[in-house]
Design a protein around this ligand. Structure first.
Ligand code: FBP
Length: 547
């Protein structure tokens, strides 16, 4: 494999570990925990892994020389730093006992079920240190939830003499990690399961998890690109750029990028839902800003749009709920119809109010809403061209206003979708260190006999040696939610809080950003140089921690 000069230099970077993880470690247990909601239901579903205490690692006198084989799985969308979780696991396992082995199951959870794996050797590991991507073992979205899959996985686990599995994933994958941990515990199989918080979306966070890995690098990468577009925009002064950003339901990515780049407009789905806005009202708000800037001779601007926006427009959200249930119940008879017949089928099965919403949506968007859900039951919002939909509707609104004699200036729109551009970026120093510490923590949880835990690292706005490492029982983050037409135990997703510091900081400045041009051009992620340039956390994390 040919490598770039940057990759070579970066391979030599030794990620920094918190003080508590640098030497021998023991655990300090806190009070028993309970789920965030639906205590009785979650307790009944997870009798063996419910109520366990929070744990923190503290220095010990002697290292636990545990001899163990471990399996690791990368699950779901790529996020910068995945390889560093694996190098953290690898180095710590070898440190405990050089005989320890680490196996990577390939292409996601499916690799466990289909017995596709490779052993992670020192040579292989060294090729991937501090690199982006998940290509070392690949990733996938197979949902681990059936007993048959757990038993099939057990066969290879036994064959390789694996005693613990580490599942690196987002909220859905960690929910499945917990279900698997519970199953293996209930059966007394002696297999531990540990999760690690991954996702660029930033929606796997709570009182214990300060941030999911990948959010830092991905938002810095998108902000670099947005800054470049803003600078082009401010040079040519002739286009409105509509930029959709990944993030699924949550608008954390859009909000963080807005804080880093100060665009003219940034929509926040959670606010749109709270204000009960219709699509038409959102379009009018944007068109008003376009017309206002045109009065000052500014026929250009930048709009950030979170990819999940459409689900949060209340009428469309209600429609999606009904479509989810409809597709879950009638998916088989619907699947084989052609496009035209599928549309008819949906229209004839929807309730009156939702049918009206469905029929008023542009055909392409309506179709995208009725396509297959991902294996976890989510609408594939990355496929919906919201940026195009909004700019078309803004253009129509401006035309109507112009016909009414209002001055609207010139409106020429360009579209971008930022998602895949950042998911495999080489991890920032923050993500490189954070992920390495998560991998190290996961091994310490295993060494201390834990299962059904997620590795955590806290105090992350301090310097890395002051970070605090430990574990949180996954059941603690769970509640019951409706998925694919059924109530299921799931990790509660963190959406943007409208009374939280990041949103408030944005809301207090956005009117000025709309009318003036206050762009910030952050430039690329830096790996070497002054600390304020290369070790900066996201604005979201800093604001949440009052920095
Ligand atoms: P995860 O929740 O798996 O981390 O997904 C992140 C994400 O990048 C979302 O932002 C996006 O909607 C989705 O993956 C796209 O999915 P795919 O990788 O299957 O195209």
């Amino acid at each position: 494999m040919e490598t770039s000069a940057l990759q070579k230099a970066r391979a030599a970077y030794q990620p920094k570990l918190p003080k508590a993880l640098q030497g021998a470690v023991k655990i300090q247990e806190g009070e028993p925990t309970q789920s965030v909601d639906n205590h009785e239901e979650i307790k009944n579903l997870f009798p063996n892994t419910y109520g366990m205490p929070l744990v923190e690692f503290v220095p010990a006198d002697k290292e636990n020389a545990l001899r163990i084989n471990v399996g690791v799985i990368l699950s779901g969308g790529q996020a910068p730093g995945g390889h560093n979780v694996i190098s953290g696991l690898f180095d710590q396992l070898k440190k405990l006992n050089p005989e320890n082995r680490l196996y990577g199951f390939q292409m996601g959870p499916g690799g466990l079920v289909d017995h596709k794996y490779l052993e992670i050797t020192p040579e292989l590991m060294d090729k991937y240190r501090n690199t982006g991507g998940f290509d070392m073992i690949g990733s996938g979205r197979t949902k681990l939830e059936e007993v048959e899959q757990f038993e099939k996985g057990l066969e290879i686990i036994r064959e390789l003499d694996i005693k613990a599995l580490v599942i690196i994933g987002g909220d859905d994958s960690n929910t499945n990690a917990c279900v698997l941990a519970e199953y293996y515990a209930a059966k007394n199989y002696g297999i531990q399961v540990i999760g690690c918080p991954k996702t660029i979306d930033g929606d796997l966070k709570n009182a214990q998890i300060e941030t999911s890995f990948g959010f830092d690098t991905a938002t810095k990468t998108y902000s670099e690109i947005i800054g470049n577009i803003e600078r082009d925009c401010n040079s040519a002064r002739k286009y409105w750029h509509f930029i959709k950003l990944m993030g699924r339901s949550a608008s954390h990515i859009a909000l963080e990028c807005a804080l880093q780049t100060q665009p003219n407009i940034c929509l926040i789905s959670e606010e749109i839902e709270a204000r009960d806005l219709t699509l038409n009202e959102i379009v009018e708000d944007i068109a008003r800003i376009v017309a206002r800037r045109a009065e000052d001779g500014r026929n250009y601007g930048v709009v950030l749009i979170p990819e999940g926006l459409i689900e949060f427009v209340p009428a469309i959200g209600r429609l999606i709920q009904e479509l989810n249930d409809l597709l879950a119940a009638h998916g088989d008879e619907y699947k084989d119809l052609d496009h035209q017949a599928q549309r008819k089928y949906i229209i004839s099965h929807l309730s009156e109010a939702n049918r009206a919403t469905y029929e008023t949506l542009p055909r392409g968007v309506a179709r995208q809403l009725s396509l297959d859900r991902d294996p976890h039951g989510n609408v594939q919002v990355s496929l919906i061209e919201t940026e195009k939909l909004l700019s078309d509707m803004v253009a129509m609104k401006l035309e109507t206003w112009a016909e009414e004699g209002r001055f609207v200036g010139k409106f020429s729109a360009l579209h971008h979708f930022l998602g895949y551009e950042g998911r495999c970026a080489a991890p920032s120093n923050f993500d490189a260190d954070y992920c390495y510490a998560l991998g190290t923590s996961a091994v310490q949880l295993i060494a201390n006999g834990k299962t059904g835990y997620m590795a955590i690292v806290q105090n992350t706005t301090a310097t890395s040696d002051e970070w605090i490492a430990g574990g949180v029982p996954i059941t603690m983050m769970m509640n019951m939610e409706r998925r694919n037409g059924e109530m299921k135990p799931v990790i509660r997703k963190a959406l943007v809080e409208l009374d939280g510091a990041p949103f408030k900081a944005f809301a207090s400045q956005r009117d000025e950003w709309a009318t003036k041009t206050s762009y910030i051009y952050p430039g690329p992620v830096q790996y070497w140089g002054p600390s304020e340039v290369c070790d900066q956390t996201t604005r979201t994390l800093a604001l949440e921690q009052g920095k």
